[in-house]
Write a protein that binds this ligand. Structure first.
Ligand SMILES: OC[C@H]1O[C@H](O[C@H]2O[C@H](CO)[C@@H](O)[C@H](O)[C@H]2O)[C@H](O)[C@@H](O)[C@@H]1O
Length: 563
C-alpha cells in the first residue's frame, strides 16, 4: 500500500560507464528481442571488443523506427560486432589439486551407486573452476568482470563469477574433495576485495561493488585452517577480517535496540549502497517500480531491492510487509537473525585466529563481543513461546542514529528456516535443554517437508520461499542439530540429511545435473520461481552433498532411490 513507501536515505557508490551503457543495451534488447528467454544479466556480463566511446557511437548510429526501436537484425549484428560473449572473459582453469579419486575420499560411503555419483559430483569442480582471462587483467575497463589474483569456483550457469556466500559451501565440498589449494585461492580472492573495497563484494562484477552478501569469510578460513593448519593464511586473513568486521558493525549496517530492562543491544542489518535498479536485473526492477509514482519512493524501493540481494535471500516474503506485493520490501528496516548469527560466527572466528597468532588482546576483546552479541540475539530475537529466534522489524521512519525501544509485537512471527540458524553456533547448540525446545519447535513448524527443510510456508512464487529448499539452509540446520548433545536432535539431523542427499541424487539421475535449489515436497524435483530460470551446476549444492556424505556416509544396503 502507498503508506509503506518512504523516502530514500543512505550512501550510493557510483557504477562504471560500461555498466551504465550495458544497462541501456539490456533495455533496448528487451524491446527488440521481446521477453521470451530474455535474461537481463547476460547483457551486463558482455565485454567490449573496442573502446566504449567507439561502441556507443556505433550504437547511436543504429537505424531506429518511429518508436525508437532497433530491428532484430541490426541489434544482433551490433552485439556480435562489438562484444565478446558473457563468460568469455572467465576461462577454464584446470584445478591443480584435482585428482579423479582423492585418497581418503568419503570413507563412510559404502554403497557403490552412491560412491559413483559422489565421484561425479566431485568431478564437477573441474567444470566450475575458472580464472580471469589476461584481457581482464590488461584492459579492465573493457569488462564488468573484476580482475582477481587467482582461480575461483563459480556457482554455475548464468552465475559466471565467484559469489560471496556460495563460496562457503563450495569450500565445505572442496574440503571433502581434499582440494585445499583451490579453497585457499578462493579466499585469497575474497580477501583481495577487502583490500580494495573494504568489504567482500556480492560477486566479482563491477555492478556488485555497492553491496556485500552474508559474511562467511571467517568461517571459510576456519574450515581451511581446521584441515590444513595453515598459519600463514590466518596471519594474512586476520587484518582483512578486522576490516570486514567494521563494515558490518558501523554506520548504516549497525542499529541499537533497547530492551525492556533498558539494556542496549547493537545488531547488524543489510543495507546496500545503491538506490537505482540493479544493473543485472534493471528491466525487472523498473517494471516493479512503475507501480510507484514518486521518484524518491522509487529510490527507496531500489535500495530495498539491492539490500535484499545483499541478504542472499533475493527474493522472499521474509522481507515484505505485504507478502503478495514486492514493492513492500523493507529489508533495511529488519534486523535479521541469520546475519547476526554470521557476525557472531565472525567474532568467534576472529577471537580464535587472534589466539592462534598470539594476539591475546584482540582474542579477549572479540570473545567479549561474541558474548555481547549472544545476549543481544537472546534479548531481541528469541521468542520463548515459539522456541525460535524471530527477525525483528524496526519501527518505520527511524533515523540511522536513533536507538529503538524493543517491542514484542515487532518480532516477525512467520515461519522461516532462518528462525533456526542460531543452532549452527556452538554457543547455542551446546545447550541441550535449548536444543530440545528448538527441535520441538522445528518439528511442528511445518517447515520440515518430505525431502528437506522449506525456506518458508508461503508459496509466493519467489525463490526464497515455499516449496524451495536451499542447500545452505539444510546444511546449517543439520550441522547445528548434529553438534548438539541431544540424541533426538542428532537423529533428526541424519534424517533430514538422508532425505536431502536422496532428492539430489534422484534429480541428478533424472536431469544429469546438480541444481541451485530443490522442491522439498517431491523427491527428485528441482526448485523454481523467482526472476530467472532454474540454474544448474551448482557450487553450493555440490558442496553440501559432499560435506553431508563425508559426515554421515551411506551404508551399503541403504536404498538411494526415492522411497
Ligand atoms: O541476478 C539476480 C540475483 O542473482 C544472485 O542471487 C542468487 O544467486 C546467487 C548465486 O548462487 C546466490 O548467492 C543468491 O543467494 C541467489 O539469490 C545474486 O547474488 C544477486 O545479487 C542478483 O541480484
Amino acid at each position: 500500500s502507498l503508506e509503506t513507501w518512504s523516502a530514500d536515505t543512505g550512501p550510493v557508490i557510483p557504477t562504471t560507464p560500461l555498466v551504465s551503457f550495458l544497462q541501456t543495451l539490456q533495455e533496448t534488447s528487451l524491446k527488440t528481442f521481446g521477453p521470451k528467454n530474455f535474461d537481463p544479466k547476460m547483457y551486463v556480463d558482455l565485454s567490449l571488443k573496442s573502446n566504449l566511446s567507439t561502441t556507443i557511437d556505433a550504437f547511436d548510429k543504429l537505424p531506429r523506427n518511429a518508436t525508437g526501436a532497433i530491428s532484430v537484425k541490426d541489434l544482433s549484428k551490433f552485439i556480435d560486432d562489438y562484444f565478446d560473449g558473457a563468460g568469455d572473459d572467465l576461462v577454464y582453469a584446470d584445478p591443480l589439486d584435482f585428482v579423479p579419486e582423492p585418497e581418503g575420499f568419503l570413507p563412510k560411503v559404502e554403497n557403490s551407486q552412491v560412491r559413483a555419483w559422489a565421484l561425479e559430483v566431485h568431478s564437477l569442480w573441474k567444470n566450475l573452476s575458472r580464472k580471469v582471462s589476461d584481457s581482464v587483467l590488461n584492459r579492465p575497463e573493457f569488462h564488468t568482470l573484476l580482475p582477481l589474483p587467482g582461480p575461483v569456483v563459480i556457482p554455475g550457469s548464468r552465475f559466471k563469477e565467484v559469489n560471496y556466500w556460495d563460496s562457503y559451501w563450495v569450500i565445505r565440498g572442496l574440503m571433502a574433495s581434499k582440494m585445499y589449494a583451490t579453497a585457499k585461492s578462493i579466499v585469497t580472492n575474497l580477501i583481495s576485495f577487502i583490500d580494495t573495497y573494504g568489504y567482500v563484494l556480492n560477486g566479482a562484477r563491477a555492478y556488485y561493488t555497492n553491496r556485500s552478501q552474508p559474511p562467511l569469510l571467517s568461517a571459510m578460513i576456519h574450515e581451511i585452517y581446521k584441515r590444513t593448519g595453515d598459519l600463514k593464511l590466518v596471519r594474512k586473513a586476520l587484518p582483512a577480517l578486522l576490516k570486514e568486521y567494521q563494515f558490518w558493525n558501523r554506520g548504516i549496517h549497525s542499529v541499537t535496540v533497547q530492551d525492556s530492562q533498558a539494556s542496549s543491544h547493537k545488531l547488524s542489518r543489510y543495507y546496500a549502497m545503491w538506490n537505482k535498479p540493479r544493473p543485472e536485473s534493471a528491466t525487472i526492477d523498473k517494471a516493479f517500480a512503475s507501480k510507484i509514482l514518486n521518484d524518491s519512493e522509487k529510490q527507496h524501493f531500489y535500495r530495498e531491492v539491492a539490500s535484499t540481494a545483499e541478504s542472499g535471500w533475493d527474493f522472499s516474503t521474509r522481507w515484505m510487509r505485504n507478502t503478495s506485493d514486492i514493492t513492500t520490501l523493507t529489508t533495511t528496516s529488519i534486523l535479521p537473525v541469520d546475519l547476526n548469527v554470521f557476525v557472531l560466527r565472525m567474532e568467534l572466528d576472529i577471537a580464535f585466529f587472534a589466539k592462534v597468532v598470539g594476539d591475546n588482546k584482540t582474542a579477549k576483546s572479540f570473545l567479549k563481543a561474541s558474548q555481547t552479541r549472544k545476549r543481544a540475539i537472546n534479548s531481541v530475537f528469541w521468542n520463548e513461546e515459539k522456541g525460535q529466534w524471530l527477525d525483528y522489524w524496526l519501527d518505520n521512519g527511524a533515523t540511522l542514529e536513533e536507538c529503538q525501544a524493543w517491542q514484542a509485537s515487532n518480532q516477525n512471527h512467520r515461519a522461516y528456516a532462518s528462525n533456526y540458524l542460531p543452532l549452527w553456533i556452538d554457543l547455542f547448540n551446546s545447550d541441550t535443554c535449548l536444543v530440545k525446545k528448538v527441535k520441538k519447535s522445528l518439528d511442528s513448524s511445518g517447515l520440515v517437508c518430505a525431502v528437506g527443510i522449506a525456506t518458508s510456508l508461503i508459496n509466493s512464487g519467489n525463490q526464497w520461499d515455499y516449496p524451495n529448499g536451499w542447500a545452505p539452509l539444510q546444511h546449517m540446520i543439520i550441522e547445528g542439530l548434529l553438534r548438539s548433545g541431544s540424541e533426538e536432535a542428532r537423529a533428526m539431523a541424519e534424517d533430514i540429511a538422508v532425505r536431502w542427499i536422496r532428492t539430489n541424487y534422484v534429480a541428478y539421475k533424472k536431469t544429469g545435473a546438480m541444481h541451485e535449489k530443490y522442491n522439498v515436497e517431491k523427491c527428485g524435483d528441482f526448485g523454481g520461481g523467482g526472476e530467472y530460470i532454474p540454474q544448474t551446476g551448482f557450487g553450493w549444492s555440490n558442496g553440501v552433498v559432499l560435506a553431508l556424505l563425508e559426515e554421515f556416509g551411506w551404508p551399503r544396503d541403504l536404498k538411494i532411490d526415492c522411497q
